[in-house]
Design a protein around this ligand. Structure first.
Ligand code: ACO
Length: 453
């Protein structure tokens, strides 16, 4: 941006009536889908006096701030579009596999046959975790939340791979990405077994990715586990649907933490912690708890009224910061739920969910606020029908999102414009004031005194 005497001929013009100065704001190069932006740091030129800090942009929760340029995922929230590297989510969910999608997210292109074989081989080869990780997990109480265990285990994993700190070595980045994609399902399954008090089942690397995970979760005394094909397909599709969602809360956490140049194990542990929250990935757990609380389809109208009255409850699994029409993932998940329920049967909770959805989609409160089911509305029901405990659902979300976190982390590292994430603030606390204690029993050397006591 530069100060102008005349109106800007291209870009935007900003006039500051305090100084009667005008500034030409340069518009950044358009994004592929036509997004336009001004560079927030350009506003720093706008000053009342020379020693001013300059104008800040204020954007709590980053509602209208692009924190990066990204070539990974595109969302048009109004039109209900989601694409990974240009490919519509509907096509990927129908035709691809999670590991092919993980490759696509990271590398930008679909793999050739040879590339795919190598990628799958490398990930399969690294599924085992150090035995101390299994021991580490036994330190948790049986009722510890699985997301707390996953956050800790991934952070702990960083201590097993100190070379992973060398994030500007492409080989180190590559092996860390392979390890995280390979070991997260193993750790997730160990957490499941710990919750159930069952012995750990080690990976069976003759099985495909999803089936190998299901084997580690469910195998008992049988020599080889055969997953229900409907469950194996549902898991793979859900992993694809969860794989990336551009700059959401957990991905922003991974990018922000990764921007300090910490190793990727620590960065994705931050992503898991962010995903745990009920407003983000924890919503699938919250949906099930809400349905349990409703208890019966006949109670749905009263619950909807309670939500509209704003008495604390939200309709969990509804609404999205970006989608202001039907979440395209929710459409796919609903179809998937039908397939899974055809195997395990319809139950009361599904009836409640269908009734809730119907009631909300026909209610002025939800329609006017553009609140539609999001991906989490049905995923919990699918996971529960596969016999996963409610508190465990978000772990399955994290397994899929790992692919996106890693792709976004690497893109952030290689982006020359990125620096350590460090937002500004608008300070609204007291101005400078002199210290004067309010303690009546004041001792001249308080620190020593408190140690003595
Ligand atoms: N139930 C009832 N009312 C809602 C809901 C809901 N689920 N979501 C938003 N609203 C209402 C708000 O009360 C507000 O109403 P008002 O204008 O009368 O005050 C209006 O809709 C706008 O809501 P905001 O909170 O400003 O919307 P925001 O974009 O910040 O929130 C969010 C998005 C957090 C997802 C929200 O819709 C929500 O809490 N949904 C339930 C939790 C959920 O399902 N999260 C999963 C998101 S998907 C994911 O992370 C994978």
């Amino acid at each position: 941006m530069s100060e102008t005497k005349t109106a800007a001929t291209s870009g935007l013009e900003l006039r500051d009536p305090r100084t009667d100065r005008s500034y030409a704001l340069t518009l950044l190069e358009r994004g592929t889908e036509g997004d336009e932006a001004v560079r927030a740091s350009d506003l720093r030129q706008v000053k009342v006096a020379d020693d001013d800090f300059g104008l800040l942009s204020y954007d709590p929760a980053f509602m209208n701030t692009a924190s990066c340029k990204s070539a990974i995922t595109f969302i048009d929230g109004d039109k209900g579009i989601l694409r990974y590297r240009g490919y519509p989510i509907e096509q990927l969910a129908e035709k691809s596999t999670f590991l092919e999608v993980a490759y696509l997210l990271r590398n930008g292109e679909l793999p050739s046959q040879d590339e795919y074989v190598k990628w799958v081989h490398d990930i399969t080869y690294h599924t085992y975790v150090h035995e101390n990780i299994a021991k580490f997990l036994t330190g948790f109480r049986h009722d510890a939340h699985p997301m707390a265990m996953l956050t800790s285990a991934l952070a702990a994993l960083s201590s097993f791979y100190p070379q992973a700190k060398d994030i500007f070595d492409p080989e180190q980045r590559h092996i860390s990405i392979i390890r995280l994609l390979a070991k997260t399902p193993t750790i997730a399954a160990m957490i499941f077994r710990h919750m159930k008090g069952l012995p750990v089942v080690y990976p069976d690397n003759s099985l495909p990715y999803g089936e190998n995970y299901l084997s580690m979760v469910a195998r008992m005394s049988e020599p080889r586990y055969e997953a229900n094909p409907a469950f194996a397909k549902a898991l793979d599709v859900l992993l694809i649907l969860h794989a990336d969602h551009e700059q959401n809360c957990s991905t922003s956490a991974v990018r922000a933490v990764g921007s300090s140049h910490v190793d990727p194990f620590s960065a994705v542990a931050a992503g898991v912690a962010a995903l745990y929250g009920p407003l983000h990935g924890g919503a699938n757990e919250a949906v099930l708890r809400m349905i349990e609380q409703i208890g019966h389809p006949k109670n749905v109208p009263a619950f909807i009224e309670e939500v509209k009255g704003g008495k604390g409850s939200r309709l969990m699994g509804f609404g999205h910061r970006v989608y202001k029409s039907y979440d395209p993932r929710a459409k796919i998940v609903k179809k998937l739920a039908d397939e899974v329920f055809a195997q395990v049967g319809m139950d009361k909770d599904l009836e409640i969910a269908l009734k809730l959805e119907e009631a909300a989609l026909n209610d002025e409160y939800f329609v006017s606020r553009k609140l539609y089911p999001n991906v989490d509305f049905y995923t919990g029901l699918i996971y529960r029908s596969m016999a996963f405990p409610t508190s465990y659902f978000t772990v399955l979300f994290a397994m899929g999102r790992m692919a996106g976190w890693l792709a976004q982390w690497e893109e952030m590292l290689l982006d020359k414009e990125q620096k350590i994430a460090r937002p500004r603030q608008i300070y609204v606390g007291p101005g400078e004031r002199a210290y004067e204690t309010k303690l009546t029993d004041f001792q001249p050397d308080m620190r020593k005194d408190s140690i003595r006591k």
